[in-house]
Design a protein around this ligand. Structure first.
Ligand code: MLT
Length: 411
């Protein structure tokens, strides 16, 4: 008799986005003629930057040319891409990293999940609420939690950090000790972005408690406020206590292409369980060599091209396009008397629905009356109840049309 991983049986319902798709499909089946606008999942819609396309083509031609064929690449990523990242994302901000502290992968979702492989099961885990559901679900799958509560909102064993209007959606330091902390900044779903001072408090906490921060910076390119940090390593001491996740999905339009990276500094250490500290870098490196064969050569060349001078201009245009949508949608929602947050340093707008309307009620109402798909806030956690998230990823025409529909929507 084989045994299954019973932790999977603790997971509540389906993953949020497939559940939304199911409801949308049902609605479209019953009203096939509606012209739906999708502001739900944060998926890019605009073409790849031309510099990335050209590099992709060149790389494919190289592979087929008979002269520059490549088989397995380095599991941790090609030097050319790791070098471009170190120089452009970090050295340009005064952060010194070695190229081998960068690990190229096929997506931040996988990285956020896989990182748990190199940490012990005894860690106390702190997770913001509301939060990107992958952090919670992957901890459930790994057996780091007990059962979910009766409302299907909270798992026993996790330390939830409320992100509310009162704290500007930036989590406060926990009142009980924790070992692993997930911070997503700029935040999905609330759109909030932490200041230097706010991040410095977390770094100070983590260093003092020998905790480790998982810093998900997938949306850093969308920061428009020049006073805000883009990397946790801008905070002194962070290399001793933080892993950073970055992605080309949103800034380079790579959600379908797949390329991301993790920064794991060599200074980062954790307890072996016997009171002795050891570096985590060799473990992550070992994991990569054993469980991964690297991202495709052509994909890495396309990612490298995002750092060329033409690529940088095109990435900037792409990000500006989505942030233009964010402004249009934010203003429309604001003018309809709803409390609106985010959308300034992130491509997500976080909206408090009218009093007494639950997140799923708001979702259904907006779907039926305005034919717009949003994401119910409660899908991100208990403190998301009563809110909904509007994604700015889409065409300008759709953003303008959605803005009109939001303005005329009656509650
Ligand atoms: C979202 O809508 O939250 C994003 O698509 C999540 C992701 O990038 O996986």
């Amino acid at each position: 008799m084989a045994f299954l991983n019973s932790n999977y049986l603790k997971l509540k319902g389906g993953y949020l986005f497939p559940e939304i798709s199911r409801r949308v499909r049902e609605f479209c089946d019953s009203c096939p003629d509606v012209c739906l606008i999708r502001c739900g999942i944060g998926d890019v819609t605009e073409s790849l930057p031309l510099a990335a396309c050209a590099a992709f083509h060149r790389a494919v031609d190289e592979l087929g040319s008979g002269k520059a064929f490549r088989g397995y690449g380095p599991e941790q990523g090609y030097r050319f891409l790791r070098h471009a990242i170190v120089e452009n994302d970090y050295r340009s901000r005064g952060i010194r990293l070695d190229e081998d502290e960068i690990f190229i992968s096929d997506g931040s979702k996988c990285d956020c999940a896989n990182i748990l492989d190199i940490f012990g099961d005894q860690n106390r885990i702190a997770i913001a609420d509301p939060v990107y559901p992958v952090y919670v679900d992957t901890n459930v799958m790994a057996g780091h939690t007990g059962a979910v509560d009766a409302l299907g909102m909270r798992y026993e064993g996790l330390v939830y950090l409320p992100c509310t209007e009162a704290n500007g959606f930036i989590p406060d330091i926990p009142t009980k000790p924790v070992d692993l902390i997930y911070l997503c900044c700029p935040n999905n779903p609330t759109g909030a972005a932490a200041t230097y001072q706010q991040l410095a408090i977390w770094v100070e906490y983590a260093v003092r408690h020998r905790a480790i921060i998982f810093f998900d910076a997938a949306y850093e390119a969308f920061i428009t406020d020049s006073t805000l940090p883009h990397s946790i390593y801008e905070i002194p001491g962070a290399k001793k206590c933080a892993v950073e996740f970055r992605s080309f999905s949103k800034n380079g339009g790579f959600t379908g292409v797949r390329c991301a990276f993790t920064v794991l500094p060599k200074e980062l250490e954790a307890d072996t369980g016997t009171g002795e500290c050891k570096a985590l870098h060799p473990l992550w490196n070992r994991r990569f060599s054993t469980k991964f064969n690297g991202v495709g050569y052509a994909v890495q060349r396309a990612a490298e091209a995002l750092y060329s001078s033409a690529g940088k201009v095109q990435v900037h245009e792409l990000v500006s396009h989505y942030m233009g949508n964010a402004r249009i949608l934010r203003e429309a929602l604001h003018s309809s008397q709803l409390a609106v947050f985010g959308g300034v340093n992130a491509p997500y707008i976080w909206v408090r629905g009218p009093h007494g309307v639950s997140s799923w009620q708001a979702f259904d109402h907006i779907l039926k009356e305005a034919n717009i798909v949003v994401t119910p806030g409660s899908g991100f956690g208990k403190h998301g109840e009563g809110y909904f998230r509007v994604s700015a990823f889409g065409s300008r025409l759709n953003a303008l049309e959605a803005a009109q529909r939001f303005k005329s929507l009656k509650w």
